[in-house]
Design a protein around this ligand. Structure first.
Ligand code: NAD
Length: 512
Protein backbone atom coordinates (compact mmCIF):
# COMPACT_ATOMS: atom_id res chain seq x y z
CA UNK A 1 0.00 0.00 0.00
CA UNK A 2 1.31 3.46 -0.95
CA UNK A 3 1.95 5.84 1.96
CA UNK A 4 1.44 9.60 1.59
CA UNK A 5 4.16 11.23 3.68
CA UNK A 6 4.60 14.73 5.05
CA UNK A 7 6.81 17.25 3.22
CA UNK A 8 8.71 19.28 5.79
CA UNK A 9 11.85 21.40 5.46
CA UNK A 10 12.16 20.50 1.78
CA UNK A 11 12.11 16.76 2.46
CA UNK A 12 9.70 13.87 2.51
CA UNK A 13 9.19 12.95 6.16
CA UNK A 14 7.68 9.65 7.26
CA UNK A 15 5.16 10.14 10.05
CA UNK A 16 5.80 8.79 13.53
CA UNK A 17 2.34 9.03 15.07
CA UNK A 18 1.31 5.55 13.96
CA UNK A 19 -2.06 6.96 12.83
CA UNK A 20 -3.24 6.82 9.23
CA UNK A 21 -6.25 7.79 7.15
CA UNK A 22 -7.61 5.89 4.14
CA UNK A 23 -7.37 7.49 0.70
CA UNK A 24 -9.80 5.87 -1.71
CA UNK A 25 -9.95 5.60 -5.46
CA UNK A 26 -13.59 6.78 -5.71
CA UNK A 27 -13.88 5.20 -9.15
CA UNK A 28 -13.35 1.69 -7.76
CA UNK A 29 -14.32 2.19 -4.15
CA UNK A 30 -10.99 0.66 -3.08
CA UNK A 31 -8.47 2.11 -0.62
CA UNK A 32 -5.45 3.03 -2.75
CA UNK A 33 -3.16 4.69 -0.20
CA UNK A 34 -2.87 5.58 3.44
CA UNK A 35 -2.03 9.07 4.58
CA UNK A 36 -0.06 9.85 7.71
CA UNK A 37 -2.03 11.68 10.39
CA UNK A 38 0.36 13.93 12.26
CA UNK A 39 0.67 14.20 16.02
CA UNK A 40 0.92 17.64 17.61
CA UNK A 41 4.70 17.15 17.88
CA UNK A 42 4.98 16.52 14.13
CA UNK A 43 2.94 19.63 13.39
CA UNK A 44 5.21 21.61 15.71
CA UNK A 45 8.24 20.31 13.77
CA UNK A 46 6.72 21.60 10.52
CA UNK A 47 6.00 24.96 12.15
CA UNK A 48 9.58 25.13 13.46
CA UNK A 49 10.90 24.57 9.94
CA UNK A 50 8.71 27.36 8.62
CA UNK A 51 9.82 29.67 11.44
CA UNK A 52 13.51 28.97 10.75
CA UNK A 53 13.07 29.77 7.06
CA UNK A 54 10.98 32.91 7.51
CA UNK A 55 13.52 35.69 8.28
CA UNK A 56 15.69 34.69 5.33
CA UNK A 57 12.71 34.45 2.98
CA UNK A 58 11.36 37.83 4.08
CA UNK A 59 14.81 39.40 3.56
CA UNK A 60 14.89 38.35 -0.09
CA UNK A 61 13.67 41.22 -2.22
CA UNK A 62 10.07 40.95 -3.45
CA UNK A 63 10.92 40.63 -7.12
CA UNK A 64 13.15 37.63 -6.43
CA UNK A 65 10.35 36.02 -4.47
CA UNK A 66 8.09 36.75 -7.43
CA UNK A 67 10.55 35.00 -9.74
CA UNK A 68 10.09 31.82 -7.70
CA UNK A 69 6.34 32.11 -8.30
CA UNK A 70 6.89 32.59 -12.06
CA UNK A 71 9.02 29.43 -12.13
CA UNK A 72 6.52 27.51 -9.99
CA UNK A 73 3.79 28.35 -12.50
CA UNK A 74 5.97 27.08 -15.36
CA UNK A 75 6.67 23.82 -13.52
CA UNK A 76 3.02 23.19 -12.67
CA UNK A 77 2.10 23.79 -16.32
CA UNK A 78 4.90 21.42 -17.37
CA UNK A 79 3.43 18.71 -15.11
CA UNK A 80 -0.25 19.51 -15.68
CA UNK A 81 -1.24 16.11 -17.11
CA UNK A 82 0.43 14.14 -14.31
CA UNK A 83 -0.95 16.39 -11.59
CA UNK A 84 -4.50 16.36 -12.98
CA UNK A 85 -4.48 12.56 -13.19
CA UNK A 86 -3.24 12.31 -9.61
CA UNK A 87 -5.95 14.70 -8.42
CA UNK A 88 -8.71 12.85 -10.28
CA UNK A 89 -7.56 9.47 -9.01
CA UNK A 90 -8.07 10.54 -5.38
CA UNK A 91 -10.96 13.02 -5.72
CA UNK A 92 -12.96 11.41 -8.51
CA UNK A 93 -13.66 14.56 -10.53
CA UNK A 94 -13.16 14.23 -14.29
CA UNK A 95 -9.76 15.18 -15.71
CA UNK A 96 -11.07 18.40 -17.30
CA UNK A 97 -12.34 19.52 -13.88
CA UNK A 98 -9.01 18.62 -12.26
CA UNK A 99 -7.18 20.72 -14.84
CA UNK A 100 -9.63 23.55 -14.10
CA UNK A 101 -8.96 23.13 -10.37
CA UNK A 102 -5.19 23.48 -10.91
CA UNK A 103 -5.59 26.24 -13.50
CA UNK A 104 -7.70 28.41 -11.17
CA UNK A 105 -4.98 28.00 -8.55
CA UNK A 106 -2.33 28.99 -11.07
CA UNK A 107 -4.23 32.19 -11.79
CA UNK A 108 -3.65 33.14 -8.16
CA UNK A 109 0.04 32.31 -8.63
CA UNK A 110 0.03 34.68 -11.64
CA UNK A 111 -1.49 37.33 -9.37
CA UNK A 112 1.20 36.57 -6.78
CA UNK A 113 3.90 37.26 -9.42
CA UNK A 114 2.79 40.92 -9.33
CA UNK A 115 2.66 41.26 -5.55
CA UNK A 116 5.76 43.51 -5.29
CA UNK A 117 3.54 46.25 -6.69
CA UNK A 118 0.96 45.73 -3.92
CA UNK A 119 3.53 45.71 -1.09
CA UNK A 120 4.82 49.20 -1.96
CA UNK A 121 2.82 51.14 0.61
CA UNK A 122 2.17 54.88 0.73
CA UNK A 123 4.21 58.05 1.27
CA UNK A 124 3.38 61.56 2.40
CA UNK A 125 6.18 64.04 1.95
CA UNK A 126 6.10 67.16 4.13
CA UNK A 127 3.36 66.00 6.48
CA UNK A 128 4.75 68.61 8.89
CA UNK A 129 7.84 70.81 8.94
CA UNK A 130 10.59 68.47 7.77
CA UNK A 131 8.37 65.48 8.45
CA UNK A 132 7.55 62.63 6.08
CA UNK A 133 5.28 59.66 6.72
CA UNK A 134 5.51 56.37 4.91
CA UNK A 135 3.84 53.02 5.34
CA UNK A 136 4.69 49.58 4.09
CA UNK A 137 3.17 46.12 4.12
CA UNK A 138 5.31 43.55 5.92
CA UNK A 139 4.76 39.80 6.23
CA UNK A 140 3.19 38.34 9.36
CA UNK A 141 5.72 35.51 9.82
CA UNK A 142 4.50 31.91 9.71
CA UNK A 143 1.08 31.31 8.17
CA UNK A 144 -0.98 28.13 8.02
CA UNK A 145 -3.61 26.86 5.61
CA UNK A 146 -6.21 24.15 6.33
CA UNK A 147 -8.01 23.02 3.19
CA UNK A 148 -11.01 20.89 2.12
CA UNK A 149 -11.09 17.86 -0.15
CA UNK A 150 -13.03 19.40 -3.01
CA UNK A 151 -10.32 21.67 -4.52
CA UNK A 152 -6.97 20.15 -3.48
CA UNK A 153 -5.10 22.24 -6.08
CA UNK A 154 -6.85 25.59 -6.25
CA UNK A 155 -7.49 26.29 -2.56
CA UNK A 156 -3.95 25.56 -1.29
CA UNK A 157 -2.64 27.85 -4.07
CA UNK A 158 -5.14 30.60 -3.07
CA UNK A 159 -3.46 30.58 0.31
CA UNK A 160 0.23 29.78 0.00
CA UNK A 161 0.60 31.63 -3.31
CA UNK A 162 -0.24 34.97 -1.77
CA UNK A 163 1.23 34.28 1.69
CA UNK A 164 4.63 33.19 0.38
CA UNK A 165 4.93 35.93 -2.25
CA UNK A 166 4.33 38.44 0.58
CA UNK A 167 7.33 37.04 2.51
CA UNK A 168 5.64 34.63 4.90
CA UNK A 169 6.52 30.97 5.22
CA UNK A 170 3.78 28.40 5.28
CA UNK A 171 2.45 25.21 6.80
CA UNK A 172 -0.29 23.58 4.72
CA UNK A 173 -2.60 20.99 6.29
CA UNK A 174 -4.55 19.66 3.29
CA UNK A 175 -7.58 17.40 3.40
CA UNK A 176 -6.71 13.89 4.52
CA UNK A 177 -9.01 12.51 1.81
CA UNK A 178 -6.98 13.53 -1.28
CA UNK A 179 -3.58 14.55 0.04
CA UNK A 180 -1.15 13.66 -2.75
CA UNK A 181 -1.44 16.72 -4.99
CA UNK A 182 -0.56 19.24 -2.23
CA UNK A 183 2.68 17.31 -1.57
CA UNK A 184 3.55 17.55 -5.26
CA UNK A 185 2.92 21.31 -5.14
CA UNK A 186 5.32 21.56 -2.16
CA UNK A 187 8.02 19.72 -4.10
CA UNK A 188 7.53 21.92 -7.15
CA UNK A 189 7.90 25.05 -5.00
CA UNK A 190 11.33 23.78 -3.92
CA UNK A 191 12.25 22.95 -7.53
CA UNK A 192 11.19 26.49 -8.43
CA UNK A 193 13.78 27.88 -6.02
CA UNK A 194 11.91 28.38 -2.74
CA UNK A 195 14.30 27.54 0.13
CA UNK A 196 13.47 24.49 2.29
CA UNK A 197 10.91 25.32 4.96
CA UNK A 198 9.14 28.02 2.95
CA UNK A 199 6.28 25.61 2.15
CA UNK A 200 5.67 22.60 4.39
CA UNK A 201 2.86 20.09 3.94
CA UNK A 202 1.76 18.19 7.02
CA UNK A 203 -1.14 15.74 6.87
CA UNK A 204 -3.64 15.18 9.60
CA UNK A 205 -7.08 15.50 11.11
CA UNK A 206 -8.50 17.40 14.09
CA UNK A 207 -5.36 16.75 16.14
CA UNK A 208 -3.16 18.47 13.55
CA UNK A 209 -5.60 21.37 13.14
CA UNK A 210 -5.78 21.93 16.89
CA UNK A 211 -1.95 21.87 17.09
CA UNK A 212 -1.82 24.63 14.45
CA UNK A 213 -4.41 26.65 16.38
CA UNK A 214 -2.49 26.20 19.65
CA UNK A 215 0.89 27.20 18.26
CA UNK A 216 2.09 30.64 19.38
CA UNK A 217 4.40 30.75 16.34
CA UNK A 218 1.63 30.65 13.74
CA UNK A 219 0.44 34.22 13.21
CA UNK A 220 -2.40 33.65 10.72
CA UNK A 221 -4.65 30.78 9.72
CA UNK A 222 -6.62 30.48 6.52
CA UNK A 223 -9.30 27.79 6.60
CA UNK A 224 -11.75 26.47 4.00
CA UNK A 225 -14.19 23.67 4.80
CA UNK A 226 -17.58 23.07 6.40
CA UNK A 227 -19.16 25.79 8.55
CA UNK A 228 -19.11 24.20 12.01
CA UNK A 229 -15.40 23.51 11.70
CA UNK A 230 -14.79 26.93 10.12
CA UNK A 231 -16.42 28.49 13.15
CA UNK A 232 -14.36 26.34 15.54
CA UNK A 233 -11.16 27.38 13.74
CA UNK A 234 -12.20 31.04 13.73
CA UNK A 235 -13.20 31.13 17.40
CA UNK A 236 -10.18 29.17 18.65
CA UNK A 237 -7.64 30.90 16.41
CA UNK A 238 -8.76 34.43 17.18
CA UNK A 239 -8.94 33.67 20.92
CA UNK A 240 -5.19 33.02 20.82
CA UNK A 241 -4.55 36.28 18.95
CA UNK A 242 -4.19 34.89 15.44
CA UNK A 243 -5.53 36.48 12.34
CA UNK A 244 -8.10 34.01 10.92
CA UNK A 245 -10.12 33.83 7.73
CA UNK A 246 -12.44 30.80 7.72
CA UNK A 247 -14.62 30.01 4.71
CA UNK A 248 -17.53 27.63 5.34
CA UNK A 249 -20.28 25.76 3.56
CA UNK A 250 -22.80 27.01 1.04
CA UNK A 251 -26.26 26.63 -0.45
CA UNK A 252 -26.33 28.83 -3.52
CA UNK A 253 -29.55 29.85 -5.24
CA UNK A 254 -30.30 30.54 -8.90
CA UNK A 255 -33.20 33.01 -9.30
CA UNK A 256 -34.90 32.61 -12.71
CA UNK A 257 -37.17 35.42 -13.90
CA UNK A 258 -39.83 34.78 -16.58
CA UNK A 259 -37.82 36.69 -19.22
CA UNK A 260 -34.66 34.57 -18.77
CA UNK A 261 -33.09 32.66 -21.66
CA UNK A 262 -34.32 29.23 -20.53
CA UNK A 263 -31.96 27.27 -22.77
CA UNK A 264 -29.04 29.03 -21.14
CA UNK A 265 -30.50 28.51 -17.67
CA UNK A 266 -30.91 24.76 -18.21
CA UNK A 267 -27.44 24.37 -19.73
CA UNK A 268 -25.90 26.40 -16.90
CA UNK A 269 -27.77 24.48 -14.21
CA UNK A 270 -26.70 21.15 -15.72
CA UNK A 271 -23.10 22.17 -15.20
CA UNK A 272 -23.44 24.17 -11.98
CA UNK A 273 -25.72 21.78 -10.06
CA UNK A 274 -24.20 18.47 -11.15
CA UNK A 275 -20.62 19.24 -12.32
CA UNK A 276 -17.99 17.74 -10.04
CA UNK A 277 -20.87 15.68 -8.56
CA UNK A 278 -22.16 18.84 -6.85
CA UNK A 279 -19.08 18.94 -4.61
CA UNK A 280 -18.37 22.63 -5.17
CA UNK A 281 -18.92 25.43 -2.70
CA UNK A 282 -20.06 27.55 -5.66
CA UNK A 283 -22.42 24.89 -7.05
CA UNK A 284 -26.06 25.88 -7.72
CA UNK A 285 -28.14 23.26 -5.83
CA UNK A 286 -31.28 25.46 -5.52
CA UNK A 287 -33.23 27.03 -8.37
CA UNK A 288 -36.05 29.50 -7.73
CA UNK A 289 -38.25 30.03 -10.81
CA UNK A 290 -40.50 33.10 -10.49
CA UNK A 291 -44.06 32.39 -11.57
CA UNK A 292 -45.87 29.11 -12.35
CA UNK A 293 -45.11 29.18 -16.07
CA UNK A 294 -41.39 29.68 -15.48
CA UNK A 295 -41.40 26.76 -13.03
CA UNK A 296 -43.29 24.47 -15.41
CA UNK A 297 -40.98 25.28 -18.35
CA UNK A 298 -37.87 24.86 -16.24
CA UNK A 299 -38.96 21.49 -14.90
CA UNK A 300 -40.00 20.26 -18.33
CA UNK A 301 -36.64 21.21 -19.86
CA UNK A 302 -34.50 20.13 -16.89
CA UNK A 303 -35.60 16.48 -16.88
CA UNK A 304 -34.30 15.60 -20.39
CA UNK A 305 -31.16 17.69 -19.81
CA UNK A 306 -30.45 15.57 -16.73
CA UNK A 307 -31.11 12.36 -18.63
CA UNK A 308 -28.40 13.43 -21.09
CA UNK A 309 -25.80 13.78 -18.33
CA UNK A 310 -23.14 11.09 -18.51
CA UNK A 311 -21.84 9.85 -15.17
CA UNK A 312 -18.53 8.08 -15.60
CA UNK A 313 -15.09 7.32 -14.23
CA UNK A 314 -12.86 10.35 -13.85
CA UNK A 315 -10.70 9.35 -16.82
CA UNK A 316 -13.76 9.17 -19.14
CA UNK A 317 -13.36 12.20 -21.42
CA UNK A 318 -17.06 12.21 -22.27
CA UNK A 319 -18.30 12.05 -18.68
CA UNK A 320 -19.94 15.16 -17.21
CA UNK A 321 -19.10 14.12 -13.70
CA UNK A 322 -17.54 11.29 -11.72
CA UNK A 323 -18.03 9.66 -8.32
CA UNK A 324 -18.27 11.49 -4.98
CA UNK A 325 -15.31 11.41 -2.62
CA UNK A 326 -16.13 8.30 -0.55
CA UNK A 327 -18.82 5.87 0.52
CA UNK A 328 -19.71 7.78 3.68
CA UNK A 329 -20.39 10.91 1.65
CA UNK A 330 -22.50 8.98 -0.86
CA UNK A 331 -24.61 7.65 2.02
CA UNK A 332 -24.96 11.17 3.42
CA UNK A 333 -26.22 12.51 0.08
CA UNK A 334 -28.66 9.61 -0.30
CA UNK A 335 -29.90 10.20 3.25
CA UNK A 336 -30.69 13.81 2.33
CA UNK A 337 -32.66 12.60 -0.69
CA UNK A 338 -34.71 10.37 1.62
CA UNK A 339 -35.14 13.32 4.01
CA UNK A 340 -36.51 15.45 1.17
CA UNK A 341 -39.10 12.76 0.37
CA UNK A 342 -40.03 12.40 4.04
CA UNK A 343 -40.44 16.18 4.34
CA UNK A 344 -42.95 16.18 1.49
CA UNK A 345 -40.91 17.46 -1.47
CA UNK A 346 -41.59 15.82 -4.84
CA UNK A 347 -38.68 13.68 -6.09
CA UNK A 348 -38.87 14.09 -9.88
CA UNK A 349 -35.62 12.34 -10.77
CA UNK A 350 -34.03 9.84 -8.35
CA UNK A 351 -30.27 9.37 -8.67
CA UNK A 352 -29.94 6.88 -5.84
CA UNK A 353 -28.76 3.37 -6.48
CA UNK A 354 -26.86 4.37 -9.61
CA UNK A 355 -24.27 1.78 -10.64
CA UNK A 356 -21.67 2.16 -13.34
CA UNK A 357 -21.11 -1.05 -15.26
CA UNK A 358 -17.67 -2.44 -14.47
CA UNK A 359 -17.33 -0.05 -11.49
CA UNK A 360 -20.11 -1.32 -9.28
CA UNK A 361 -18.14 -0.54 -6.10
CA UNK A 362 -17.38 3.06 -7.16
CA UNK A 363 -18.99 5.96 -5.26
CA UNK A 364 -21.35 7.08 -8.03
CA UNK A 365 -24.68 8.86 -7.64
CA UNK A 366 -26.98 9.76 -10.50
CA UNK A 367 -28.42 13.28 -10.77
CA UNK A 368 -31.53 13.98 -8.66
CA UNK A 369 -34.23 16.63 -9.01
CA UNK A 370 -36.72 17.77 -6.38
CA UNK A 371 -39.71 20.03 -7.00
CA UNK A 372 -42.07 21.66 -4.46
CA UNK A 373 -39.24 22.19 -1.96
CA UNK A 374 -40.20 24.55 0.88
CA UNK A 375 -37.88 26.88 2.83
CA UNK A 376 -38.98 25.24 6.08
CA UNK A 377 -37.52 21.86 5.05
CA UNK A 378 -34.21 20.84 6.57
CA UNK A 379 -33.14 19.29 3.25
CA UNK A 380 -33.35 22.86 1.88
CA UNK A 381 -31.66 24.54 4.82
CA UNK A 382 -28.65 22.18 4.97
CA UNK A 383 -25.82 21.86 2.48
CA UNK A 384 -26.11 18.48 0.72
CA UNK A 385 -22.91 18.76 -1.37
CA UNK A 386 -23.97 16.20 -3.97
CA UNK A 387 -25.64 16.01 -7.42
CA UNK A 388 -29.07 17.11 -6.18
CA UNK A 389 -31.05 20.08 -7.58
CA UNK A 390 -34.00 21.49 -5.60
CA UNK A 391 -36.74 23.64 -7.15
CA UNK A 392 -38.27 26.16 -4.73
CA UNK A 393 -41.17 27.96 -6.45
CA UNK A 394 -41.81 31.68 -5.86
CA UNK A 395 -44.61 33.97 -7.03
CA UNK A 396 -42.64 37.22 -7.18
CA UNK A 397 -39.07 38.45 -7.49
CA UNK A 398 -39.30 39.86 -3.97
CA UNK A 399 -40.28 36.45 -2.60
CA UNK A 400 -37.49 34.75 -4.57
CA UNK A 401 -34.85 37.31 -3.59
CA UNK A 402 -35.64 36.93 0.11
CA UNK A 403 -34.63 33.24 0.03
CA UNK A 404 -30.87 33.59 -0.44
CA UNK A 405 -30.84 36.65 1.82
CA UNK A 406 -32.53 34.77 4.66
CA UNK A 407 -30.57 31.53 4.23
CA UNK A 408 -27.92 30.67 6.83
CA UNK A 409 -25.29 30.51 4.06
CA UNK A 410 -24.34 33.41 1.81
CA UNK A 411 -21.58 32.23 -0.50
CA UNK A 412 -22.82 32.68 -4.08
CA UNK A 413 -26.08 33.46 -5.89
CA UNK A 414 -27.10 33.90 -9.51
CA UNK A 415 -29.96 35.71 -11.20
CA UNK A 416 -31.07 34.92 -14.76
CA UNK A 417 -32.98 37.67 -16.53
CA UNK A 418 -32.94 40.13 -19.43
CA UNK A 419 -34.07 42.91 -17.08
CA UNK A 420 -30.99 44.96 -16.24
CA UNK A 421 -32.75 47.06 -13.61
CA UNK A 422 -34.04 44.03 -11.71
CA UNK A 423 -30.63 42.37 -11.84
CA UNK A 424 -28.90 45.52 -10.66
CA UNK A 425 -31.25 46.00 -7.70
CA UNK A 426 -30.95 42.32 -6.79
CA UNK A 427 -27.14 42.44 -6.86
CA UNK A 428 -27.13 45.58 -4.72
CA UNK A 429 -29.42 44.24 -2.00
CA UNK A 430 -28.97 40.46 -1.74
CA UNK A 431 -27.23 39.29 1.46
CA UNK A 432 -24.68 37.10 -0.31
CA UNK A 433 -20.94 37.62 -0.93
CA UNK A 434 -20.63 36.71 -4.63
CA UNK A 435 -23.31 37.44 -7.21
CA UNK A 436 -23.68 36.25 -10.80
CA UNK A 437 -25.90 37.97 -13.35
CA UNK A 438 -26.60 35.39 -16.06
CA UNK A 439 -23.40 33.75 -14.79
CA UNK A 440 -24.01 30.52 -12.87
CA UNK A 441 -20.75 30.19 -10.92
CA UNK A 442 -19.52 33.71 -10.19
CA UNK A 443 -16.09 32.82 -8.81
CA UNK A 444 -14.11 36.06 -8.78
CA UNK A 445 -10.93 36.14 -10.84
CA UNK A 446 -7.61 35.91 -9.00
CA UNK A 447 -7.06 39.69 -8.92
CA UNK A 448 -10.45 40.17 -7.26
CA UNK A 449 -11.19 38.45 -3.94
CA UNK A 450 -13.23 35.36 -3.07
CA UNK A 451 -15.45 35.12 -0.01
CA UNK A 452 -18.98 34.50 1.21
CA UNK A 453 -21.14 36.03 3.93
CA UNK A 454 -22.94 34.75 7.02
CA UNK A 455 -22.06 31.11 7.82
CA UNK A 456 -20.11 30.86 4.55
CA UNK A 457 -17.31 33.08 5.81
CA UNK A 458 -15.94 34.03 9.22
CA UNK A 459 -13.35 36.79 9.48
CA UNK A 460 -12.80 40.07 7.74
CA UNK A 461 -10.63 39.38 4.73
CA UNK A 462 -11.46 37.37 1.63
CA UNK A 463 -9.16 35.02 -0.23
CA UNK A 464 -6.56 36.21 -2.80
CA UNK A 465 -6.64 39.46 -4.74
CA UNK A 466 -6.11 42.69 -2.77
CA UNK A 467 -7.94 41.20 0.23
CA UNK A 468 -5.48 38.30 0.30
CA UNK A 469 -2.53 40.67 0.38
CA UNK A 470 -4.15 42.55 3.27
CA UNK A 471 -4.73 39.28 5.12
CA UNK A 472 -1.15 38.03 4.79
CA UNK A 473 0.56 41.33 5.66
CA UNK A 474 0.44 43.98 8.34
CA UNK A 475 1.08 47.67 7.91
CA UNK A 476 4.03 49.45 9.43
CA UNK A 477 4.00 53.25 9.32
CA UNK A 478 7.13 55.38 9.82
CA UNK A 479 7.06 59.08 10.67
CA UNK A 480 10.48 60.63 10.13
CA UNK A 481 12.08 63.98 10.75
CA UNK A 482 15.64 64.73 9.75
CA UNK A 483 17.64 67.71 11.04
CA UNK A 484 17.49 70.53 8.50
CA UNK A 485 19.71 73.54 7.94
CA UNK A 486 23.42 73.87 7.29
CA UNK A 487 23.07 73.03 3.62
CA UNK A 488 21.55 74.42 0.50
CA UNK A 489 19.90 72.34 -2.19
CA UNK A 490 18.71 73.11 -5.69
CA UNK A 491 15.26 74.65 -5.73
CA UNK A 492 12.87 75.18 -8.63
CA UNK A 493 12.71 78.83 -9.77
CA UNK A 494 9.57 80.70 -8.80
CA UNK A 495 8.77 81.65 -12.39
CA UNK A 496 8.73 77.95 -13.34
CA UNK A 497 11.97 78.23 -15.30
CA UNK A 498 14.87 75.76 -15.06
CA UNK A 499 16.12 74.85 -11.58
CA UNK A 500 19.37 76.29 -10.45
CA UNK A 501 21.89 75.23 -7.79
CA UNK A 502 22.06 77.90 -5.09
CA UNK A 503 25.13 76.52 -3.31
CA UNK A 504 27.11 74.17 -5.51
CA UNK A 505 29.57 73.36 -2.71
CA UNK A 506 27.04 71.10 -0.96
CA UNK A 507 27.56 67.38 -1.61
CA UNK A 508 24.75 64.91 -0.98
CA UNK A 509 26.13 61.93 0.95
CA UNK A 510 25.98 58.68 -1.00
CA UNK A 511 24.63 55.44 0.45
CA UNK A 512 27.22 52.84 1.41
P1 NAD B 1 -14.31 19.57 6.29
O1 NAD B 1 -14.83 20.69 7.10
O2 NAD B 1 -14.68 18.19 6.63
O3 NAD B 1 -12.70 19.59 6.29
C1 NAD B 1 -11.97 20.78 6.04
C2 NAD B 1 -10.65 20.70 6.79
O4 NAD B 1 -10.92 20.65 8.20
C3 NAD B 1 -9.84 19.46 6.46
O5 NAD B 1 -8.49 19.83 6.32
C4 NAD B 1 -10.05 18.56 7.66
O6 NAD B 1 -8.95 17.73 7.94
C5 NAD B 1 -10.26 19.54 8.79
N1 NAD B 1 -11.12 18.99 9.85
C6 NAD B 1 -12.05 18.02 9.73
N2 NAD B 1 -12.66 17.81 10.90
C7 NAD B 1 -12.11 18.66 11.79
C8 NAD B 1 -12.33 18.92 13.18
N3 NAD B 1 -13.26 18.27 13.88
N4 NAD B 1 -11.59 19.87 13.77
C9 NAD B 1 -10.66 20.55 13.07
N5 NAD B 1 -10.41 20.35 11.77
C10 NAD B 1 -11.12 19.41 11.12
O7 NAD B 1 -14.70 19.93 4.78
P2 NAD B 1 -14.60 18.99 3.50
O8 NAD B 1 -15.64 17.94 3.57
O9 NAD B 1 -13.19 18.60 3.25
O10 NAD B 1 -14.98 20.04 2.35
C11 NAD B 1 -16.31 20.33 1.98
C12 NAD B 1 -16.82 21.56 2.68
O11 NAD B 1 -15.98 22.68 2.39
C13 NAD B 1 -18.20 21.96 2.20
O12 NAD B 1 -18.94 22.39 3.30
C14 NAD B 1 -17.93 23.09 1.24
O13 NAD B 1 -18.99 23.99 1.05
C15 NAD B 1 -16.78 23.75 1.93
N6 NAD B 1 -16.04 24.60 1.01
C16 NAD B 1 -16.17 25.96 1.16
C17 NAD B 1 -15.50 26.79 0.30
C18 NAD B 1 -15.62 28.28 0.45
O14 NAD B 1 -14.78 28.98 -0.08
N7 NAD B 1 -16.60 28.78 1.17
C19 NAD B 1 -14.70 26.26 -0.73
C20 NAD B 1 -14.60 24.88 -0.83
C21 NAD B 1 -15.27 24.04 0.04
Amino acid sequence: MRDIDHFIGGQTVVGTSGRYGDVFDPNTGQVQARVQLASAAEVDAAIANAAAAQPGWAAINPQRRARVMFEFKRLVERDMERLAELLSSEHGKVIADSKGDIQRGLEVIEFACGIPHLLKGEYTMGAGPGIDVYSMRVPLGVGAGITPFNFPGMIPMWMFGVAIACGNTFVLKPSERDSSLPVELGKLMMEAGAPPGVLNVVHGDKEAVDAILASPIVRAVSFVGSSDIAHHVYATGTSTGKRVQAMGGAKNHAIVLPDADMEQVVADLSGAAFGSAGERCMALPVVVPVGERTAATLREMMVPAMAALRVGVSSDKDAHYGPVINGAHRSRVEDYIQMGIDEGAELVVDGRGFQLQGHEQGFFIGPSLFDQVKPTMRSYQDEIFGPVLQIVRAETLAEAAALPSQHQYGNGVAIFTRNGGAARDFAATVEVGMVGINVPIPVPLAYHSFGGWKRSGFGDHNQHGPEGVRFWTKVKTVTQRWPTGGHELPRGSEDGGPSRVVDSSFVIPTMK
